[in-house]
Design a protein around this ligand. Sequence first.
Ligand SMILES: Nc1ncnc2c1ncn2[C@@H]1O[C@H](COP(=O)(O)OP(=O)(O)OP(=O)(O)O)[C@@H](O)[C@H]1O
Length: 243
Amino acid sequence: MSNNEQTAIRFEHVSYSINGKNILYDITGNVPIGKITTIVGPSGTGKSTLFRLSNGLISPDSGKIFVLGKNIEEYDPVSLRKIVALAPQSAPMIEGTVFSNLRLPFDLHGKAFDETEAKKLLHLVNLDPDLLFHDANRLSGGERQKVSIARTLANRPQILLLDEITSSLDPVSQQEIEHLILSINEKYKTTILWITHQMDQAIRVGDFTWMLMDGKLAESGKISELQMSDNVRIQQFIKGETK
Ligand SMILES: Nc1ncnc2c1ncn2[C@@H]1O[C@H](COP(=O)(O)OP(=O)(O)OP(=O)(O)O)[C@@H](O)[C@H]1O
């Protein structure tokens, strides 16, 4: 591969099926390092599956995946997930305080964790340090999502996978989270892959966009390039005429 330094994740003819049903088919593409790439496309088209492949939760039936130039099969799962971290839509919290939720990744990796470290993480996601000993499950949706993002950032991942992290939030929290992610990308040059159902969000935040349709990478590029596509289904999706 010629462009390792520029590529965070490379998919080479990646296919994945469940019980004989093709979920993803012959995906080839590069996710550029340090940029925000949004993943859009109709429901059930394989977007979350692409994420599970990217952090090694599942393996392709055929094809290869390279993370920072190295074949994903050569990573051990723990170090891979330190590099490629996933923030899910639901922002799941264990019972207990914000502090006990934030310490989870540290415990998992046998690393020391204290109040100073926890407050640094809250600061990173613009949350009030006074929230540290609040019940995590009583936070607002936006606050919970910020704690989830802080927890995902604990290992300073180079690649961040965001799976519809704002879809259940009110417009103000949604905007706050968008700003937060943009600032993390700018400050730490973290590569971001962001699944979103909202085309307007993809346009606002994405440097590049991948459009998945029927398990295939139908189009990829700058959103302005996708808007010029002569594929009618892509046009309809971008205009919000199909879901
Ligand atoms: N464990 C599984 N067993 C059977 N089918 C599955 C499994 N996981 C995913 N699928 C199927 O694979 C397809 C792709 O699912 P995936 O969640 O990747 O799509 P998606 O594009 O993220 O969808 P959405 O936008 O609705 O979240 C769907 O048809 C789904 O039903």
